[in-house]
Design a protein around this ligand. Structure first.
Ligand code: FEO
Length: 173
């Protein structure tokens, strides 16, 4: 769609561009967590967070596609630093949960903005992310509980992850 048919509100465009960065930040943070678990010799946890990293990248691409579809070329900005050092598996997964809660708040803020700007196209587009955040916060909360139950027996967590369905199984990621 050419630019002279702009249908998005400027405030929403800025917010949508920012969310591309936020999702890429989440992707990079998950990659750092996956690398931590890889380094610790825990391949299932590493694989889980590597898949999460790819999902976040796909989220960013959804925003890119939406902006293009709506006639606006995305503006890409730099990704802020992520945490690379973790004191334990619990610390690393708590970092993941904190990140998901942060993204949930970012999505909620965008939904509020789209409503205030009467941008109901963007409001509708964002509903997928609202549902997705519930799933992601729930999944990482469960994983954190399992890690706390397992204590030092992280091989039990590896077994738990092996039995988990991947989030992309049967879903339109
Ligand atoms: Fe795309 Fe988990 O936030």
């Amino acid at each position: 769609m050419p630019n002279d048919t702009l249908i998005l509100k400027p405030g929403c465009i800025e917010g949508l561009n920012q969310q591309i960065v936020n999702e890429m930040h989440a992707s990079l943070q998950y990659l750092a967590i996956a690398s931590y678990f890889d380094d610790e010799g825990l391949p299932e946890l590493a694989g889980h967070f590597s898949r999460q990293s790819e999902e976040e990248r796909q989220h960013a691409l959804k925003f890119v596609k939406y902006l293009h579809d709506a006639g606006t070329r995305p503006v890409f900005k730099g990704i802020p630093d992520v945490r690379n050092d973790f004191s334990s598996a619990t610390d690393a997964v708590q970092c993941a949960l904190d990140g998901e809660i942060k993204v949930t708040n970012q999505i909620n803020d965008l939904v509020g903005l789209s409503h205030r700007e009467n941008d109901y196209m963007t409001h509708t587009f964002l509903q997928w992310f609202v549902t997705e955040q519930l799933e992601e916060v729930s999944t990482v909360t469960t994983l954190l509980q399992v890690i706390k139950h397992a204590g030092p027996s992280l091989l039990l967590v590896e077994d738990f992850i092996r039995r988990m369905p991947t989030e992309t199984e049967g879903a339109d990621a």
